[in-house]
Each structure stands twice: as structure tokens, then as C-alpha cells.
Design a protein around this ligand. Structure first.
Ligand SMILES: Nc1ncnc2c1ncn2[C@@H]1O[C@H](COP(=O)(O)OP(=O)(O)OP(=O)(O)O)[C@@H](O)[C@H]1O
Ligand SMILES: [Mg+2]
Length: 264
């Protein structure tokens, strides 16, 4: 396994609260890695450090062996795209303008907008099904429409590495499947390396080549979903009793929670 994006001895903290300590993580190249784990275990914190939105307290994030801390921001933005969990749009910006911002890392002072930029934006908007919204204000969209616009912006950046923090939040089930299928397509057709944080374990098991389970800032298991997802793991990581059966469509592990509470 080769990994262009790795962490070594990574410690992440907010003032006195240490969230991740001494993390060594390798993001396998050309694969879809899915991170799962309970609320507040440090998934978003880790993803933000991988995209250099958060500075390590100790240790480093390495891209092709070079510490992110030493690389120019623009060079990182040409290679790593990050969709945060709760992105904030500039007031009353239109969909088209927001998606176009994804092209900023590729622009130069002598050429603000190229045919290549136009093509990338059109393609990203088509793939995420937001072309018809181009002239609408982002802050007037539904939660799901807005989420797809953010995904379009990250796609328009056309980076080899794509980090997506809960990209399916707010999406109805059909759009969830569409977005995750899109992730797999981009990975297959363009060899993009993708890291996705997901809460739905069954979707994680379906879409991950490499699954990483986190608990309290540590990786407790990683590998192929069929090896990682077990009843013991779900009990240990989430404190949930469940039964794991083969997904009738894909054969991947399918988690069925224990019986719901009832008065009997
Ligand atoms: N900006 C911040 N300032 C202080 N503490 C923070 C900040 N962001 C996150 N934390 C804390 O760091 C810990 C890890 O948060 P993080 O957002 O990484 O969790 P997560 O695994 O992504 O959870 P979720 O599934 O709820 O998104 C939590 O205890 C959280 O309260
Ligand atoms: Mg999070």
C-alpha cells in the first residue's frame, strides 16, 4: 500500500482539550477511505488537520513526504480539496459564484478565468445535479440543495485528494446514494483518493475500500469493511448491541441494531 497523505505522531488540541494524541494514519492512494466513530471522537478534527485547516500541536501531516506546515497554501489547495462539516457561505453569494470559488487555487494574476475553469465548474455542477440552481442565492436553498452545492465546489477544485466531512448530511436517501456513487465514480474514473467521514455504518461498509473506526481520538480498527465491521466492534466503539448480516445486495456487512425498546 502506498500513501501520499500520512500523519506521524499527530497530536491535535483546542487550547487545553487534547482531542487526538500521537496518531499515525496512512491514507491509501487511489482508494476510498471512510472514517466512522461516535460523536465527538475527533473525526472532523482529524480531517481538518489532513487539509491543514488545523495546525498540529505535535507531530505532522505529510504530503508526499513533506510536512503540510512547510508547503505554500496554494500548492496544498491544488492537491487537497476539503469539504468541512459546516461550511459557511459568504452572504447572498450565488450558487454559480460559490462553485467557481473552487477554481481559485488554479487561477493566476495574469489569467483570472480560463476555459479549463469553465469546464471544471460546469462538470462539477452537472455531476451534483445543481446546474439548474446556478443563479439562486446559496442562503435561500434547502439543506440538501446547499450540501450538493458545497460538494460541487469541492469537485470543481479538481484535486487528486478529496476530504469530505459527512457529505450526505441533509440529503434524502436517493441523493445520499447519488453522492456516494459519485465518490466511487471519481475514484474509479480519475483515480482520486477520497477520505469521507460518514455516520451511516451500512453506507460506510458499502462504499469504503478502507474503513477506519475511531474512538476517543484513536484508531481502534482499520482495514477492509468485511474484516473491520463486527458485532464486537460496534459494541466497543458505539456501545450498541447489533447483529451483522451480509448485505443482500452487495454482500458487505450490514448492521441491524437490536430490538427497539418496548414496554414488554
Ligand atoms: N473549535 C473547537 N473548539 C474547542 N473544542 C472543539 C472545537 N471543535 C471541536 N471541539 C471538540 O473536540 C472534540 C472532537 O470534535 P470533532 O468535531 O472532531 O468530533 P467528531 O468526531 O467530528 O464528532 P461529530 O460526529 O459530532 O461530528 C469534541 O469534544 C469537541 O467538543
Ligand atoms: Mg464531525
Amino acid at each position: 500500500m502506498t500513501a501520499r497523505l500520512t500523519t506521524r505522531g499527530l497530536t491535535l488540541a483546542y487550547e487545553e482539550r487534547t482531542v487526538v494524541e500521537g496518531l499515525d494514519l496512512d491514507v491509501p492512494d487511489g482508494r476510498v477511505t471512510v472514517i466512522v466513530g461516535p460523536n465527538a471522537c475527533g473525526k472532523s478534527t482529524t480531517l481538518r488537520a489532513l487539509g491543514r485547516l488545523l495546525k498540529p500541536r505535535e507531530g505532522s501531516v505529510l504530503l508526499d513526504g513533506e510536512s503540510l506546515a512547510t508547503l505554500p497554501t496554494k500548492r496544498i489547495a491544488q492537491r487537497i480539496g476539503l469539504l468541512p462539516q459546516t461550511p459557511v457561505a459568504p452572504d447572498s453569494i450565488t450558487v454559480g459564484d460559490l462553485v467557481a470559488r473552487g477554481r481559485q487555487p488554479h487561477q493566476h494574476w495574469w489569467q483570472q478565468w480560463s476555459d479549463e475553469d469553465e469546464r471544471a465548474v460546469t462538470d462539477a455542477m452537472d455531476r451534483t445535479d445543481v446546474s439548474a440552481l446556478a443563479d439562486r442565492a446559496v442562503d435561500e436553498l434547502s439543506g440538501g440543495q446547499r450540501q450538493r452545492v458545497w460538494i460541487a465546489m469541492a469537485l470543481a477544485q479538481e484535486t487528486g485528494l478529496l476530504l469530505l466531512d459527512e457529505p450526505t448530511t441533509y440529503l434524502d436517501i436517493a441523493h445520499q446514494v447519488e453522492v456516494l456513487d459519485l465518490v466511487r465514480q471519481l475514484n474509479h474514473d480519475q483515480g482520486r483518493t477520497v477520505v469521507v467521514v460518514l455516520h451511516d455504518l451500512n453506507q460506510a461498509a458499502r462504499y469504503a475500500d478502507h474503513l477506519v473506526a475511531m474512538k476517543s481520538g484513536e484508531v481502534v480498527a482499520e482495514g477492509a469493511p468485511a474484516e473491520v465491521v463486527t458485532e464486537e466492534l460496534v459494541r466497543d466503539v458505539f456501545g450498541l448491541e447489533c447483529v451483522v448480516v451480509p448485505d443482500p445486495v452487495t454482500g458487505s456487512p450490514l448492521i441491524v441494531p437490536g430490538a427497539p425498546w418496548s414496554a414488554a
